[in-house]
Design a protein around this ligand. Structure first.
Ligand code: S3P
Length: 437
């Protein structure tokens, strides 16, 4: 039962057994988008039935794409072809999804029709100039609300030209928005990144037959081709597995296996960080599924200690810092995070929200503009914490509750369903103590 948005987390039993977390959010968004633009029928399996990715599916339905539900995690997308989308009758609601909105901004900038992208309270606070400015350089016309925030009003019928763009900050969303606009642009679009980020858009474009050159930190394509439908198998989301990796590392007696987890190296920075902190995580049965590396991860409890998290790992674990903060607060020694200012413009200001919540539990944390110094070793007590409607904050404090000396009451957990439907039940089945407050 997850309808209530206030949860109570407290120590459960050791985490044991074998579980599978839902499909990857990043890949699910892209499968829906590219399937919709392809010629032919794309069968997607392992699709994340979370609110974020269902909002993307609804967006394409509103643009005339037929999408059939074919059982849990299975979608049949009847591609409309690269120029086959129709004007939506109403503004497109991206919900809580920054990825949905930013990628759609690029894709819609190249259409013949006008469109508007809007979202929930969290999304309408997030910065969009990072996409609208480079898209404007390509010839797109997009109006934002004050301060470059959503809603985005996108004027269709512009002729786009390719650009050569150096991203100031590593961002797969911005890179992907430009590449999607580049599908509709005259000439070449080139994107370079200061640090390589997840390359799902590039891989999937290639898999659907669009000519594209890419290597870590670099992508180039030109407009004027077509996409051919292909089946897409979405692996489990490493970012969802992360909560269980940390919880099992922290709770004595745990021995948990996570099956079929996506292991794209641009996503697995938390594994390196946890190993630096002394974690015992075994990568088993490494294989390739649907063009993506996948493995089963066996995690057993280990005596962790603090570590300096290398800045080079930041883009590869950008969504995992909230739960890393929990691990750092719980174990002995000091953990230093730097080079992660992007955390301040996620679904919430994840540095401030984590620091405040963990401090309320008794942890010692010094915030910095681009990270934090977390002095581990304090006994974590109970507290009442606001998750600020940020799914990853809520799940991170559920993990914190597993090692606290008194219950943690968590307000604002409803958004967990954006990325991890079924978290409540799965967390309980794995051994975590979690109830509706
Ligand atoms: C994502 C990219 C990352 C990540 C987000 C998903 C994507 O955002 O935080 O959860 O699917 O491209 P940025 O591009 O803003 O770093």
């Amino acid at each position: 039962m997850t309808a209530s948005s206030t949860w109570q987390a407290r120590p459960g039993t050791p985490l044991r057994g074998t579980i599978r977390v839902p499909g990857d959010k990043s890949i699910s968004h892209r499968a829906m988008m590219l399937g919709a633009l392809a010629d032919g029928v794309t069968r997607v399996s392992g699709f994340l039935e979370g609110e974020d990715t269902l909002a993307t599916a609804a967006a394409f339905r509103a643009m005339g794409v037929r999408i059939e539900d074919d059982g849990p995690g299975r979608k049949i997308v009847h591609g409309a072809g690269i120029d086959g989308l129709r004007a939506p009758a109403a503004p497109i609601d991206c919900g809580n999804a920054g990825t949905g909105m930013r990628l759609l901004a690029g894709l819609l900038a190249g259409q013949r029709f006008d469109s508007t992208l809007t979202g929930d309270a969290s999304l309408t606070r997030r910065p969009m100039r990072r996409v609208t400015e480079p898209l404007a350089r390509m010839g797109a016309r997009i109006e934002t609300a004050e301060g470059g925030r959503p809603p985005l009003r996108i004027f269709g019928g512009q002729s786009l030209a390719g650009v050569d763009h150096d991203l100031p900050v590593a961002s797969a969303q911005v890179k992907s928005a430009l590449l999607l606009a580049g599908l509709y642009a005259q000439g070449e679009t080139t994107v370079r990144e200061p640090h390589p980020t997840r390359d799902y858009t590039e891989r999937m474009l290639a898999a659907l037959g669009w000519p594209i050159e890419f290597s870590p930190g670099f992508a180039r394509l030109s407009g004027g081709h077509r996409l051919t439908a292909t089946d897409i198998a979405v692996p489990s989301d490493f970012s969802s597995a992360a909560f269980f990796l940390v919880a099992a590392s922290l709770v004595p007696g745990s021995d948990l296996t996570l099956e079929g987890v996506g292991m794209n190296p641009r996503r697995t920075g938390l594994l390196d960080a946890l190993r630096l902190m002394g974690a015992w995580i075994e990568v088993r049965n490494a294989r390739e599924e649907g063009g993506e590396p996948v493995a089963d991860l066996r995690v057993t409890h280990a005596p962790l200690h603090g570590a300096i998290i290398p800045e080079a790992l930041v883009p590869d674990m950008i969504d995992e810092f909230p739960v890393l903060f929990v691990a750092a607060a719980a174990v002995s020694g000091v953990t230093t995070v730097s080079g992660a200012a992007e955390l301040r413009v996620k679904e919430s200001d994840r540095i401030a929200v984590m620091a405040n919540g963990l401090r309320a539990m008794g942890a010692r944390i010094d915030e910095t503009p681009d990270g934090a110094v977390i002095h581990g070793g304090a006994t974590l007590g109970g507290a009442s914490v606001d998750a600020h409607d940020d799914h990853r904050i809520a799940m991170s404090f559920v993990v914190a509750g597993q090692i606290a000396s008194a219950p943690v009451t968590l307000r604002g957990c409803a958004t967990v369903a954006t990325s991890f439907p079924g978290f409540f039940g799965l967390a309980n089945r794995a051994g975590m103590g979690l109830a509706v407050a």
